[in-house]
Design a protein around this ligand. Structure first.
Ligand SMILES: CSC[C@H]1O[C@@H](n2cnc3c(O)ncnc32)[C@H](O)[C@@H]1O
Ligand SMILES: [Zn+2]
Length: 428
């Protein structure tokens, strides 16, 4: 059904950073018109759902630019550990126990959390990624999906799974990228192979890059160069590349990332929680690197709440550089919307603009924590939380509104998750 949102505050995130007061008309999944006052013709009146927006703020849907949705089932499974201990001693062994079905429900859980907190698209890397794809298809959210790749005896099987994912699930709402996990789990030969395949398939790659000091030291020991230089040499930057974390990048690395149009994903919470530190985001932006924002997984964050992530991202930048005006609220919001869409080479979302996809989040402007409202962008970035999300709309479909998810059976999901939790408690 087409939708008319009336009398609302519209944070467009367009090139002029316009904040408007008016109406948004959604037709066939697209933003058909934005204007001060849109009147419906007599013919339209029965077929258009009208949402009174005078107490709402409309923003472009948030885009979680790095997560592992299928890992939501491992929320709080292993905490307070450094990355390599967390990953190799706790997470990888636990993941051996996860079945396809578990990853499907885990993905549904992650998507439910994201929709309720205003996320309309996520970029993902995991195994049994076809299960995440099914959950994406079912729920109506958008995603850029990748099957995580590593070097061992199953390397070729995983590459074949990526190709199957590409052929079976690529659509308007789903893009499939190649997902080499990292330079410490993939051989140089695999990184090169992926670079060629991504070009052959005319798609992109996503990788964990320069996340920890261990990774960088290990890379120098093995290859005598930084992880960024290694990826560049392997050809990974000759296609669309989304690099998560980028905590340990020096000026030369940043120069390469900028020249090669690599997009970096800032994961402040995960970087802090795993004790990795913080990425030099301001230096990257100054050098022209496109920076987006992601939560990473519920196992290292421990939530998928992009409203919290943008808040932490903004505070951290101000604190690290001791400059409160280093990144303003508008810039942070664009990182979580416009920049993320560009990172994946998607040019029809991330902005509230006529002709763009109707990927829109409506926030309640009159909740106590959103009042008073001198500056709606500030309230969104610095004050909001998921309870303020009134509706999450993807391609003009209302997937969440007023506390209800329309494409997920919430009670059944809770039952399934509790049963998996019980199994994992007993077996891992
Ligand atoms: C092979 S599928 C993806 C793989 O990535 C793991 N993972 C989750 N978070 C991180 C992180 O911050 N750094 C490195 N690897 C991570 C996840 O557990 C899956 O095994
Ligand atoms: Zn990750």
């Amino acid at each position: 059904m087409d939708i008319l949102i009336k009398n609302t505050i519209i944070i467009t995130c367009n090139t002029q950073n316009e904040v408007l007061k008016g109406d948004i008309l959604i037709k066939n999944g697209k933003i058909a018109r934005i204007a001060e006052n849109i009147e419906l013709s007599i013919y339209e009146q029965g077929s258009v759902k009208v949402i009174e927006g005078k107490d709402l703020i409309a923003i472009p849907g948030l885009i979680n630019a790095h997560t592992h949705c299928g890992q939501t089932i491992l929320r709080s499974f292993a905490d307070d550990m450094p990355l390599y201990d967390w990953l190799f001693e706790k997470i990888f062994p636990a993941e051996e126990k996860l079945t396809k079905e578990m990853i499907y429900f885990s993905s549904l859980l992650g998507i439910a959390e994201m929709l309720r907190s205003g996320t309309t698209m996520f970029f993902d890397m995991y195994f049994h990624e076809d299960m995440t794809a099914k959950a994406v298809q079912q729920t109506g959210i958008k995603a850029v999906l990748s099957r995580g790749l590593q070097t061992d005896e199953k390397e070729d099987i995983r590459l074949d799974e990526t190709k199957e994912l590409f052929y079976n699930y690529s659509s308007e709402r789903i893009k499939v990228f190649f997902g080499p996990h990292s330079i410490y789990t993939c051989s140089y030969n695999l990184l090169e192979k992926v670079a060629h395949l991504a070009q052959e398939f005319k798609t992109g790659v996503m990788i964990h890059l320069s996340e920890s000091e261990n990774e960088v030291n290990g890379c120098y020991e093995k290859y005598d160069m930084s992880p960024v230089k290694l990826c560049s040499r392997a050809g990974l930057f000759d296609t669309i590349c989304i690099a998560a974390h980028c905590v340990y990048v020096d000026d030369e690395d940043i120069e390469i990332l900028s020249e090669k149009n690599v997009s970096c994903v800032y994961n402040p919470t995960s970087n802090l929680k795993l004790g990795n530190g913080f990425a030099p985001v301001h230096n990257m932006i100054k050098s022209g690197v496109n920076v987006a924002i992601g939560t990473d997984s519920a196992a290292s964050n421990n939530n998928l709440n992009m409203l919290e992530e943008i808040h932490i991202a903004s505070l951290l930048e101000k604190g690290i550089y001791r400059l409160p005006d280093i990144l303003n609220a508008q810039q942070i919001l664009k990182m979580a919307t416009t920049n993320a869409a560009l990172a994946a080479g998607i040019y029809n979302t991330g902005v509230l603009q006529e002709g763009f996809c109707a990927d829109i989040v409506l926030l309640k402007a009159n909740d106590f924590n959103m009042l008073p409202c001198y500056n709606p962008i500030s309230n969104v970035v610095y004050s909001s939380n998921p309870s303020n999300v009134y509706a999450t709309i993807v391609d003009g479909q209302i997937l969440y509104m007023d506390g209800k998810l329309f494409t997920i059976d919430e009670e059944a999901l809770v039952r399934e998750i509790k049963s998996i939790e019980k199994f994992l408690k007993e077996s891992v």
